[in-house]
Design a protein around this ligand. Structure first.
Ligand code: ADP
Ligand code: MG
Ligand code: MG
Length: 253
């Protein structure tokens, strides 16, 4: 689904990411941990194609095709969706109009709004005066309509209360069509060739209660330093901190 080869990215001529390699197969959800300022948001922004991120080396492949130089709207059309941390307010454009713009196959706005508790917000301006939880629900509503094949979320829990985290998590799981968890096992609903993929940045790991993940990576100083089981890696970071966690992964402990 997504393959990054030796990707290096600069912002305002300042190198931020170097030599990032990542392979997310169809149906896999990966999580990205790492300290503040290490380049996690830069990575998913560069994959989406935001203009401020300059790719200085390496390649981005999506569904087998080189998208390194494609504009953002073309990447969205091909099936990449993103929820950034601080989405902008769009005055004069209602949530309903936005969902219709995002929507494929005339998605049923009311049904999707019901799933994200957004029915009362459909005729308000996009993100206008929205609280933390409302912002995330509004973004996820748009993503539900877009139906991306690769869903990227930047700290979906940040600024969100516990009840809203459940709504956010369930909405993300709905987009990813991962099915429900039973006895710790993920029941996949869909045929393998139709499964969606995800790349989720999280500090707390709360989203993992709703969206089962296959693999975790730690980004450190602008590159992916180690990979492993999401729950084990989260526990390791809690116990030892990022730096120690990377060291023990390097030593194969
Ligand atoms: P993370 O998401 O891991 O917290 P970011 O990707 O947001 O990290 O940021 C990585 C680095 O890029 C930070 O040091 C940040 O200050 C820097 N950066 C982000 N935007 C700009 C910019 N417009 N100009 C210069 N540096 C920037
Ligand atoms: Mg951050
Ligand atoms: Mg960030």
């Amino acid at each position: 689904m997504l393959k990054l080869e030796n990707l290096s990215v600069a912002v305002n001529n300042r190198p931020i990411l170097h030599d990032v390699n990542l392979h997310i197969k169809q149906g896999e959800v990966h999580v990205l941990f790492g300290p503040n300022g290490t380049g996690k948001s830069t990575l998913i922004g560069a994959i989406m194609g935001f203009a401020r991120y300059t790719i200085t080396a390496g390649k981005i492949y999506f569904k087998g095709q080189d998208i390194t130089n494609l504009p953002i709207d073309e990447r969205a059309r091909r099936g990449i969706g993103i929820m950034i941390q601080r989405p902008p307010t769009l005055r004069g454009l209602s949530v309903r109009e936005m969902v219709n713009i995002c929507g494929k196959n005339q998605a049923d706005v009311e049904i999707l709004a019901g799933k994200t508790n957004m029915l009362e917000f459909l005729d308000r301006g996009v993100n206008e005066g929205f609280s933390g939880g409302e912002l995330k629900r509004s973004e996820l509503l748009q993503l539900m309509a877009q139906q991306p094949e690769l869903l990227m979320l930047d700290e979906p829990e940040s600024g969100v209360d516990i009840e809203n985290i459940a709504v956010v998590g369930q909405a993300a799981n709905y987009i990813l069509e991962r099915g429900t968890r039973k006895n710790g096992q993920t029941i996949k609903k869909r045929r393998l060739d139709r499964l969606k993929s995800g790349l989720i940045i999280t500090h707390t790991g709360h989203i993992l209660d709703y969206v089962p993940a296959d693999m975790a990576h730690v980004m450190y100083q602008g590159t992916l330093s180690c990979s492993g089981n999401p729950q084990e890696m989260l526990a390791c970071i809690h116990d030892k901190g990022y730096e120690e966690c990377i060291n023990c992964a390097l030593e194969g402990v």
